[in-house]
Design a protein around this ligand. Structure first.
Ligand SMILES: Cc1cc2nc3c(=O)[nH]c(=O)nc-3n(C[C@H](O)[C@H](O)[C@H](O)COP(=O)(O)OP(=O)(O)OC[C@H]3O[C@@H](n4cnc5c(N)ncnc54)[C@H](O)[C@@H]3O)c2cc1C
Length: 294
């Protein structure tokens, strides 16, 4: 039986693994890949880039440290986590069964796609699913945002402060009648379209979109229709909220003793690499404290 199984190899899981190994815990990392969503790049028309702290570079450092520590890692998809006696059984798609005294879930959340023509080809080329990460690049530009939920409206509000013009595509009523929705409708910088996005066009990067049969020139597109948290494997543990996010306290502990969670899969959900890294560290130290007291 392992001391700790970490599920997910994104920034949260990799950081948790580094901390757990430094504490000499007998640790296994189960993940479908190493790096998670840090592999998502972003470029757009006329973007020259600038010096920033890149989460992906930090994650590379954690990966190198883990390689050096020769940690146990299996590439597999976890399908179920079951509470058993004083620990947990972790079952995988590859028909493996592992046991541990504690578990950290760091499986992230995947953005929902619309699957419209042009979307797949232009991902990362002016098309993003994360306004919180890229909104700041649209000073005096013309981005479009698709989505009728709170997340999309907040993205439009943020961009309206800096952009020349914001095109807000509302595929359904959603929360568009909320006070924020009303404020956006009254903002001269925000053009609202009550229609579905039909197509994204562009060669090297997003150049235009088609909405209600009309082509609109834009500098970039944010699809903000929601995210699917990767919490299916722990659904039976009763630690998720109505949207499927894992509810954690300020120490990344869940309501199930011995189960911790970190990063985008939690209800903290600030969707930034540096936040996930911090939570991964916290979850590992909390798991260590839990194990010391067993
Ligand atoms: C388009 C886009 C651009 C972004 N750009 C930036 C940016 O510029 N800067 C920034 O700070 N943040 C950015 N983010 C946010 C950032 O990528 C995330 O906040 C961060 O990656 C979350 O880390 P995580 O470890 O929680 O999850 P993830 O990075 O999603 O990693 C999850 C890991 O879990 C694994 N996994 C999932 N389910 C299972 C399972 N059942 N079994 C085994 N393994 C599983 C996955 O394979 C993956 O390794 C962006 C996000 C998106 C969507």
């Amino acid at each position: 039986m392992y001391d700790l199984i970490i599920i997910g190899g994104g920034p949260a899981g990799l950081t948790a693994a580094t901390y757990a190994l430094n504490k000499r815990l007998d640790t296994l990392l189960l993940s479908e890949d190493l790096g998670g969503k840090t592999a998502y790049g972003f470029d757009m028309k006329g973007y020259e880039g600038h010096e920033v702290i890149r989460g992906g570079e930090l994650v590379e450092k954690f990966k190198r440290q883990l390689e050096y520590l020769q940690f146990a890692h299996q590439t597999d998809r976890v399908t179920k986590v079951v509470a058993e006696g004083k620990g947990f059984a972790v079952l995988t798609q590859g028909n493996k069964r592992y046991e541990a005294k504690a578990v950290i879930v760091a499986t992230g959340a995947l953005p929902k796609r619309l699957d419209v023509p042009g979307e797949k080809q232009l991902i990362g080329k002016g098309l993003s699913y994360s306004a919180i990460s890229h909104a700041q690049l649209f000073i005096e530009r013309e981005p479009a945002i698709v989505g009728s939920n709170k997340r999309a409206l907040e993205a439009a509000a943020e961009m309206a402060l800096i952009a020349k013009q914001v095109h807000l595509i509302l595929p359904e009523a959603g929360e568009s009648d909320s006070p924020l929705g009303k404020k956006l409708r009254a903002n001269a910088k925000v053009k609202v379209y009550e229609a579905a996005l039909q197509e994204v066009r562009g060669d090297q990067a997003v150049g235009s979109i088609v909405v209600g049969g009309k082509e609109i020139e834009v500098d970039g597109l944010f699809i903000e229709v929601g995210l699917n948290p990767g919490s299916k494997a722990v659904a039976d543990l009763g630690i998720t909220d109505a949207s499927g996010r894992i509810v954690v306290n300020s120490k990344c502990a869940t309501s199930c003793p011995g189960v911790f969670a970190a990063g985008d899969v939690t209800d903290v959900f600030i969707e930034q690499v540096l936040v996930a890294i911090g939570e991964g560290a916290k979850a590992a130290l909390s798991a260590y404290e839990y194990l010391l007291n067993q």
